[in-house]
Design a protein around this ligand. Structure first.
Ligand code: BGC
Ligand code: ZN
Length: 371
């Protein structure tokens, strides 16, 4: 079958012939891939800065943001049926089965020997057929067919927010916190840095959880990111016109920052503006560039005197997949057009290599493998 793969030894990325998978245990499902999203991580892998083929292979089939349709199930599969749409998770436990992996939380793996489909030592989803254990497959309602490829990037925000509830439970008097029926962010102001897919999906999730949201980003010519921000009832602040300090003044209090740019300089400028009891969440992975000056005394002083907290978050929990699927349903109800505009365009598999290596414009580009 056809697959898009990187060949690090040859420094090549191309459509290749790859053996089709079969069910390898009664607990597995076999699915035909419909959509695969392209993200910054994929582009890094395509530049050979990241990504590792499975042991014994000269190539890695890329792709970790997927939607597929189940075509066959093993005898012990119970949660997923033939014909179901599913989203597959990315990370698999380490062979040592560290305490986190044993608990099904390989997103917090201690050893670092976890594997990731399409990224680290496991083939990914940019191909025609995939086989996987049922426990890593999340069924998706049919109505979400056109947008469900956004599930995986949305899980990044869902995991970040799951942790935020736990952390801000330290302020029980602030406003109702903890996942309940009531929108628990309702008395808080969140700032999202960046209007790419992770930023926009994060902004949507924060809105659904009741936060007042501002998104600070440059208008990228031709991208409707600023329109999406306005459509979801959030405030767009143009970073090419408004300096960080002025933005902070305009916002008043910043309770939470959801960073989705990978730009460390901007991040630390914003950290220097945080107020009392604020939380700053890193999700972006910066490229390796030289050191930059950061006012460490000022930041450390504020972190102590203002009870501030900074955390990084990667990958996602099983419950983050559940929440992401549920929230995509909510987004579809509330902002159908805005949600659709996050997916810029669908491309055939043959064009995937140029999508991964070129400067194709847009928010989220998707490789449509089947319909
Ligand atoms: C993926 C995560 C993964 C991370 C690091 C991201 O693009 O969404 O699932 O853990 O890259 O490899
Ligand atoms: Zn990704």
């Amino acid at each position: 079958m056809k697959a898009v793969a990187v060949f690090p030894g040859e420094r090549q990325i191309r459509v290749t012939d790859h053996p089709a998978p079969k069910l390898e245990s009664p607990k597995q499902v076999l699915a035909r891939v419909l959509d695969v999203g392209v993200c910054g991580t994929d582009k890094e892998i395509a530049r050979f800065d990241y990504g590792t083929p499975p042991d014994g292979w000269d190539h890695l089939v890329i792709g970790h943001e997927s939607l597929s349709e189940v075509v066959e199930i093993g005898g012990e599969v119970s949660r997923v049926k033939k014909g179901d749409l599913i989203v597959l998770t990315v990370r698999r436990p380490c062979p040592e089965m560290c305490p986190a992996c044993r608990a099904g939380r390989q997103d917090f793996c201690y050893t670092g020997d976890f594997t990731e489909r399409g990224i680290k030592q496991q083939h990914g989803y940019m191909t025609e057929l995939v086989a996987e254990d049922e426990q890593y497959a999340w069924p998706v309602p049919r109505e979400l067919r056109d947008v469900a490829v956004l599930t995986e990037p949305l899980t990044i925000a869902e995991k970040a927010i799951e942790q935020l509830w736990e952390i801000q439970a330290r302020l029980p008097w602030a406003c109702p916190s903890g996942p309940g029926e009531k929108a628990n962010g309702s008395c808080h102001h969140a700032l999202v840095l960046g209007a790419g897919p992770v930023g926009l999906l994060g902004a949507m999730a924060l809105r659904v959880y009741g936060f007042e949201v501002s998104v600070y980003s440059r208008i990228t010519h031709g991208d409707p990111g600023d329109q999406v921000v306005r459509a979801i009832g959030a405030n767009f602040i143009d970073a090419s016109k408004v300096a960080v300090e002025d933005m902070a003044r305009q916002m008043g209090t910043i309770d939470v920052v959801y960073e989705a740019t990978g730009a460390s300089g901007l991040a630390f400028e914003v950290i220097a503006q945080l107020g009392n009891n604020a939380v700053f969440i890193f999700t972006g992975v910066p490229g390796r560039s030289g050191p930059i000056p950061v006012p460490t005394d000022l930041i450390m002083r504020d972190m102590v005197l203002k009870n501030q907290l900074i955390y990084g978050t990667v990958n996602a929990s099983p419950t983050a997949f559940e929440s992401a699927i549920r929230n995509l349903g909510v987004f579809t109800q509330r902002w159908p057009e805005a949600l659709k505009t996050i997916i810029t365009k669908r491309y055939p598999l043959e064009q995937a290599p140029e999508l991964l290596t070129g400067r194709v414009q847009g928010i989220k580009n998707v490789v449509a493998i089947a319909s």
